[in-house]
Design a protein around this ligand. Structure first.
Ligand code: ARG
Length: 633
């Protein structure tokens, strides 16, 4: 590889193009050359051109595309300007990276000169390897100091409830939250992955009642989450007739306060009150439930390659933090008494859709909302994060909006805090349930899909026998199936859990993506081209191949895709991209043979380099999504 890379943009760029990452994003390098040149031709502002250069939707329509009206030039028709740009564009100034631009109506289309792409980009990708495409965006406060100048982001995700059901909402939150954490991390942020457990509230009072009636020490140690859920289900059943009686009484307009202080509910409330008041007996039991549940959660998350920086929870919110928040609210007249409780009537504070919400319950215990307010304040104090995401299903849209609004209304530092917070909402999954019911839901789900994939693998005995650890591979494939299905649409959309479809090799599925990767791995097992040969390959043989050019041009987009994903926060932006790459790969194999091609070793080396780069891009993309690539399947 030549010492001087003509694709390296001139050094002055950062001042001129603050949004550009030319050193890491090849499309930004092109954008800079084009913007410089168009600004010279039309005397327009460089950043305006830069911002107007979009990726063309399909490879046929270009690599970059400028819609001329975006230059906001008055008095001359965009079509005429497009022609002017195309005809006066001086290619010499772009170091031969671009072909002659094409005027097409109000558009100007730009195509990369593939010769340069092969010679410089392919070795660049091989060289950057697991870093290719990353650190291209706003996560760095100081671009010269990647290790110290990073923004700090809290991603709160999954956040199941102890003893209650771990449901599809918690699974989706885990998948999406992990993806977002990865995305921010590779974009230069310092990410704190936080699991905010539902480990406080009246239901733990209820659970404690259940434990007294049905608790079994041995059963609990064997399967903490399962046993606690079992107890919880039983005690809820005991409570049901009582609950119905309250509802009926309320319907008749009776005051239920007396009733509710008796029976199971009375006992549960007393238990929880004990916890809130710091009663050691009540807390001891609760701590035991919590600790063992966390151990269990950790094991399950680990199968998905997910870990948390911190397990926080509703229980960790200090009484004094919440009292302080309440006093701020009271002073501002935000809260008012309501039937013995305290509430905020959002209708009176410019947010009618949020109606009213209880801050503190009638018997003095805290509400879910108040705990969230306190938690946010404490996180700010402990982490002084720059941003914070709440990855929570859309059923809680109103709750999170109330949380943000409450803080905003509290003024000053609290308003500032509310501005850092963002809800990442997502739709429901229908039919995500496992054979044996709800116990250890996620664990069983993974096992079930993995077993299914294992059976699929067994059908090809020759291949199967060469796989060293088939259980492990089946698990990775199963997880990929689940993850890819979950991330295939926009996250706000509901979808149906469909085992058949997600495990299929046809269509854009997890197994298909894994197959694309494994197929490349198998090629590399069959050749003995060294990394040095690939880096120094003579790429001239690729220049006339449309397949090679397409692969190159798709790979060139990867850093830009990552940067865009940071704006959309949609995993399917990356997924769609990876499938495009996978399809292009499978279309190319017949034309670009790598294993002993008739054209000889030098040609094999050039193709191997191209495929190695493609494999790297696949790996990097799969990694961000949370998939573990397999080499054989
Ligand atoms: N534990 C809650 C539930 O399962 C989700 C927590 C969402 N996060 C929050 N900060 N409220 O419903």
């Amino acid at each position: 590889m030549a010492a001087q890379n003509p694709m390296q943009a001139p050094g002055l760029t950062q001042a001129t193009y603050p949004d550009a990452f030319p050193e890491r994003n090849p499309l930004d390098r092109l954008r800079i050359y084009i913007a410089d040149e168009i600004s010279r031709i039309l005397d327009v502002e460089k950043t305006l051109v830069f911002g107007g250069l979009d990726r063309a939707a399909s490879l046929d329509s270009g690599d970059l595309l400028l819609a001329v009206p975006r230059l906001r030039i008055q008095g001359i028709k965009p079509g005429e300007l497009a022609v002017k740009i195309a005809s006066q564009f001086d290619l010499r100034l772009t170091s031969g990276q671009l072909k002659k631009p094409i005027a097409d109506g109000i558009y100007v289309r730009f195509f990369i000169e593939t010769k340069y792409g092969f010679n410089y980009l392919v070795p660049d990708i091989l060289h950057e390897s697991s870093q290719y495409g990353f650190n291209t965006s706003s996560g760095l406060l100081n671009r010269d100091e990647p290790t110290t100048g990073r923004k700090r982001m809290i991603v709160e995700f999954s956040s199941p409830n102890i003893a209650k059901r771990f449901h599809a909402g918690h699974v989706r939150s885990a998948i999406i939250g992990n993806f977002l954490s990865n995305l921010y991390e590779v974009s230069g942020y310092e990410v704190i992955r936080m699991n905010y457990l539902g480990d406080w509230g009246r239901q733990y009072g209820l659970l404690a009642c259940g434990w007294k009636r049905y608790g079994d020490e041995d059963a609990f140690v064997k399967d903490p989450i399962g046993h606690l859920l079992e107890i919880y289900v039983k005690i809820c059943a005991d409570f049901e007739p009582e609950d119905k009686a309250y509802a009926a009484a309320r319907d008749r307009g009776e005051d239920t306060a007396m009733l509710e202080s008796q029976g199971v509910l009375g006992e549960a409330k007393a238990n929880f009150k004990g916890m809130e008041d710091g009663d050691e007996e009540a807390l001891k039991l609760w701590r035991k439930f919590r600790a063992l549940s966390i151990e269990n959660f950790k094991e399950t998350y680990a199968r998905l390659n997910i870990s948390f920086t911190v397990y926080s929870g509703e229980s960790g919110v200090l009484p004094e933090t919440m009292e302080m928040a309440e006093s701020v609210q009271a002073k501002l007249g935000l809260t008012e008494p309501f039937d013995g409780a305290t509430c905020i009537d959002f209708k009176k504070h410019g947010a009618p859709k949020l109606s009213e919400a209880i801050v503190r319950n009638r018997n003095g215990t805290t509400s879910y909302l108040l705990r969230d307010i306190g938690a946010a304040i404490q996180r700010e104090k402990e982490y002084s994060m720059d941003e914070m995401l709440y990855v929570v299903m859309n059923e809680q849209d109103v709750h999170l909006n109330r949380l943000f609004k409450s803080l905003e209304l509290m003024g000053g530092e609290y308003t500032a805090l509310s501005k850092k917070m963002k809800h990442i909402t997502f739709g429901r999954v229908a039919g995500m349930s496992s054979r044996k019911g709800n116990v250890k839901f996620l664990d069983e789900l993974i096992t079930e899909v993995a077993e299914y994939m294992h059976n699929v693998m067994r059908k090809n005995n020759d291949k199967y026998e060469q796989i060293e650890n088939p259980e492990q591979v089946a698990e990775h494939l199963g997880i990929s199936a689940i993850l890819v299905q979950d991330m295939s649409g926009k996250k706000i959309h509901d979808y149906d859990f469909d085992l058949e479809r997600m495990t299929s090799f046809e269509g854009d599925t997890g197994p298909y993506l894994q197959y694309a990767h494994a197929r490349l791995a198998s090629i590399f097992r069959r050749i003995d081209i060294t990394p040095a040969e690939m880096l120094n390959a003579d790429f001239s043989s690729l220049e006339n191949s449309t397949h090679a050019a397409n692969l190159l041009r798709i790979m060139m987009r990867w850093p830009d895709m990552v940067a865009q994903t940071l704006k959309t926060l949609e995993a399917n932006t990356i997924l769609t991209y990876l499938f495009k790459l996978a399809h292009e790969l499978s279309a190319s194999y017949d034309h670009l043979r790598v294993v002993n091609p008739p054209e000889g070793r030098a040609v094999s080396a050039a193709r191997a380099a191209l495929y190695k780069a493609a494999q790297q891009v696949l790996r990097n993309g799969m990694g961000v999504l949370g998939l573990t690539p397999v080499d054989r399947m």
